[in-house]
Design a protein around this ligand. Structure first.
Ligand code: HEC
Length: 157
């Protein structure tokens, strides 16, 4: 009897652990919200109070961020991920580095499980859309609207 209970417990425990370890689209959807990815990479997301429009989700943004680094645009992640396998994205996610204000260091710390889920979520949309505008060098004028990152009262260093 004890042996039976122990065996049952091990089987139940092991299968729960496997289920929890399975990357999923649902988990990726949650990470894209908690990780802040939609805030920049999905047009209208922040303004809507956090509603994901699946027609626009992670298609990138036409509004740039300007600072000493030039002007950068949140990339169309559906296009970026369409060029990689899931395993390639896991490697890329752990090592990627971009210009500001992309929080690449946060993506670097994600677990394999989180990166796999994010990949599956981005791939679930199908239609990959058009690329975000190209990066613009400092001192050049972008052709699109942009947000300036410049504290007006920054104390002298
Ligand atoms: C504050 C805005 C912001 C947030 C938040 C943000 N990103 Fe970005 N992301 C950007 C910008 C801007 C770029 C372009 C950087 C450049 O041009 O070097 C970018 C670039 C990227 C790239 C590189 C794409 C390519 O093709 O080169 C990836 C991948 C990426 N972001 C993933 C994510 C993920 C995943 C999250 C959520 C965990 C996230 N980003 C959150 C702004 C943001």
């Amino acid at each position: 009897m004890i042996r039976f209970v122990t065996a049952t417990f091990i089987i139940v425990f092991a299968s729960t652990a496997i289920a929890a370890d399975k990357a999923s689209v649902e988990e990726g959807a949650r990470i894209a919200v908690t990780g802040g990815c939609h805030d920049c990479h999905t047009e209208g997301f922040a303004e809507s109070g956090g509603k994901v429009d699946t027609k626009k989700a992670l298609l990138g943004n036409q509004i740039g961020f300007q600072g000493p680094w030039g002007t950068t645009y949140p990339a169309n992640l559906r296009i970026t991920l369409s060029k990689m396998s899931e395993n390639e994205f896991v490697k890329y996610g752990h090592t990627m580095k971009t210009r500001p204000p992309m929080p690449w260091y946060g993506v670097n710390t994600m677990t394999d499980h989180e990166l796999r889920s994010l990949y599956q979520y981005v791939k679930s949309f199908g239609e990959i859309g058009r690329p975000a505008p190209e990066y613009v060098e400092p001192n050049q004028t972008p052709k699109t609207p942009f947000i300036v990152f410049a504290p007006p009262n920054m104390p002298a260093q």
